[in-house]
Design a protein around this ligand. Structure first.
Ligand code: ADP
Ligand code: MG
Length: 262
């Protein structure tokens, strides 16, 4: 399929997607971006979830409002060494609902790709909304996505939605870099007992069925939720173990997807 390139300023483009909401796409996107920036890469994060834009709070830029520069380009917010753009930065207040038809949502995202002063980027990471709709289709058509990264919980219901996302990515010729299992297991902080709250092995099963690299597991951990609510990504603020989950995913992604090398 012929690909447009609305982001020629980015050397590599990673789309973080799943099919289902609430599985941790935004959390994974924010932490992977911070981890890439910690390794010295120039990183931009586009929050493409126009109806539930959570990235600004997770990266503590939610009190910032959109500004334009002298070239009439939108200035992305910056924190943790990454550039961030989200519709949440354009609304009068954080509780303004975005009641948009999908054509408007898609136009807004195209504008973010074209009219934001991203500068030169090594990686443009796109945090996708849930589902397999207009936004996913537009991104697949308008961008040469280097790799899509799938996020799922082990639960069957999440894996069902992810299977649909996988088929859509294959049909639109988007290369799948791998799959991450989030909320994989829970270790009780007091007893250290392990619980598989959302079931077991869902992502590994998908990786076998669809022949997709399995990139790693992230536990369900209260500290991850707390850090994200505080706008302090665990990969920047957490302990060594917490950081390692996200850093390992990047290491594995670079191993399995050599086209991501910059
Ligand atoms: P999505 O973008 O797929 O809708 P989010 O990243 O917003 O999902 O995550 C949904 C909720 O779950 C958020 O409140 C987030 O803080 C929390 N969360 C995500 N991953 C974890 C995890 N591994 N442990 C604990 N809470 C998590
Ligand atoms: Mg999200």
């Amino acid at each position: 399929m012929y690909k447009n390139n609305k982001a020629p300023y980015a050397k590599k483009i990673i789309a973080i997607t799943s099919g289902k909401g609430g599985v941790g796409k935004s959390t994974v996107s924010a932490n992977l971006c911070v981890a890439l920036a910690q390794e010295g890469y120039k990183v931009g994060l586009l929050d493409a979830d126009v109806y539930g834009p959570n990235i600004p709070r997770m990266l503590q830029v939610d009190d910032q409002r959109l500004r334009w520069n002298e070239k009439d380009k939108m200035i992305p917010s910056q924190n943790f060494g990454i550039k961030i753009m989200s519709v949440a930065l354009t609304t009068p207040s954080p509780d303004t609902p975005l009641v948009w038809r999908s054509s408007v949502a898609v136009s807004a995202l195209i504008q973010f790709l074209e009219d934001v002063d991203w500068g030169e980027l090594d990686f443009l990471v796109i945090d996708m909304p849930p589902g397999t709709g207009d936004v996913q289709l537009t991104m697949a058509q308008e961008l040469p996505i280097t790799a899509a990264l799938l996020v799922t919980t082990p639960q069957n219901i999440s894996c069902d939605d992810v299977s649909r996302a996988i088929v859509m990515l294959k049909e639109t010729n988007v290369h799948i870099g791998g799959i991450v299992e989030n909320m994989s297991f829970f270790i009780a902080p007091d007893t250290k007992k392990r619980y598989e709250i959302f079931g077991k092995g869902g992502a590994e099963k998908l990786s076998q069925i669809y022949d997709i690299p399995f990139l790693g597991k992230i536990p369900l951990d209260m500290r991850i939720r707390e850090f994200c609510d505080l706008g302090k990504p665990p990969v920047a603020s957490g302990d060594k173990n917490l950081k390692k989950y996200y850093k390992d995913i990047i290491t594995n992604l670079f191993k399995t997807c050599i086209s991501l090398k910059v």
